[in-house]
Design a protein around this ligand. Structure first.
Ligand SMILES: Nc1ncnc2c1ncn2[C@@H]1O[C@H](COP(=O)(O)OP(=O)(O)OP(=O)(O)O)[C@@H](O)[C@H]1O
Ligand SMILES: [Mg+2]
Length: 238
């Protein structure tokens, strides 16, 4: 299987502190890969560098066989990378519908946009019911659905989700997990799922990277990592 994303030797420095040290990550085409780790492990820094919001000190981001390290975020999105950022970052005073359409800003394929709008309304029927409601007045779970749906509206080949479970009740997290698996299954979309919630990460992904203070301390198939003690070490340091 080809890798749709390859991150190589990624290093990110903020001021004098190194947030991410020489990280390598592969996402095989069509798969779900999870990156787990505690607060401050460097998960968001890694995916922000992947999409081009953060500039790496060294290393490379290869997407679909092309080195995109020096491309703008807009150019990466045009090529098929999308990030659903931590904390959702919706436009609270705009309607659900407008938030979704803004996700498709880089696209010109009207038919594809209409199909994806149908797909996200079918995936999250609540969003169709509430399409004229201001996004800021939705519940936390509904806002996360808008954020994921907006990511899909960009028409990506690789969708990266940064902690979609944050602040949500367990039953809503289950729904989000089911939606992530459906997006992967029915669209064949590759997914990089960043999570502190290992239950969600392991419930969706085939492959896992565990990060601690900017380093990958374990990686492998979820079934192996789950029982290896590596995740306990990533969270508790022993
Ligand atoms: N813009 C920034 N300026 C300075 N330091 C930063 C910045 N962003 C992140 N950091 C630092 O880099 C380290 C990694 O942070 P990052 O946000 O990537 O972690 P994370 O794994 O996403 O954590 P969380 O699970 O809490 O979201 C932390 O020590 C953080 O304080
Ligand atoms: Mg984060």
């Amino acid at each position: 299987m080809n890798n749709i994303l390859e991150i190589r030797g990624l290093k990110v420095i903020y001021g004098k502190s190194v947030a991410v040290h020489d990280i390598d990550i592969d996402v095989p085409e069509g798969s779900i890969v999870t990156m787990v780790g505690a607060n401050g492990a460097g998960k968001s820094t890694t995916v922000n560098a992947m999409i081009g919001i953060v500039k790496p000190a060294s290393g490379a981001v290869n997407f679909l066989g092309e080195d995109v390290t020096n491309l703008s975020t807009a150019d990466r999105v045009r090529r098929g990378l999308a990030l659903v950022p931590e904390g959702r970052k919706l436009f609270p005073f705009l309607s659900v519908y407008k938030n979704l359409i803004l996700g498709a800003t880089m696209r010109s394929d009207k038919t594809g946009i209409a199909e994806d709008l149908e797909f996200v309304y079918e995936l999250f029927p609540k969003l169709k019911d509430r399409r004229m409601q201001k996004a800021g007045t939705l519940s936390g779970g509904e806002q996360q659905m808008v954020a994921i749906a907006r990511g899909i509206m960009a028409g990506p080949k690789l969708l990266c989700l940064d902690e979609p479970s944050i602040g949500l009740a367990p039953v809503v997290i289950e729904d989000i997990g089911e939606a992530i698996r459906r997006i992967n299954r029915s669209k064949g979309m590759s997914i990089l799922l960043v999570e502190q919630n290992v239950h969600l990460g392991f419930g969706c992904a085939e492959y896992c990277y565990a990060l601690t203070i900017g380093k990958i301390i374990a990686s492998g198939p979820v079934d192996e990592i789950k029982n290896s003690g590596a995740v306990h070490k990533a969270y508790f340091g022993a």
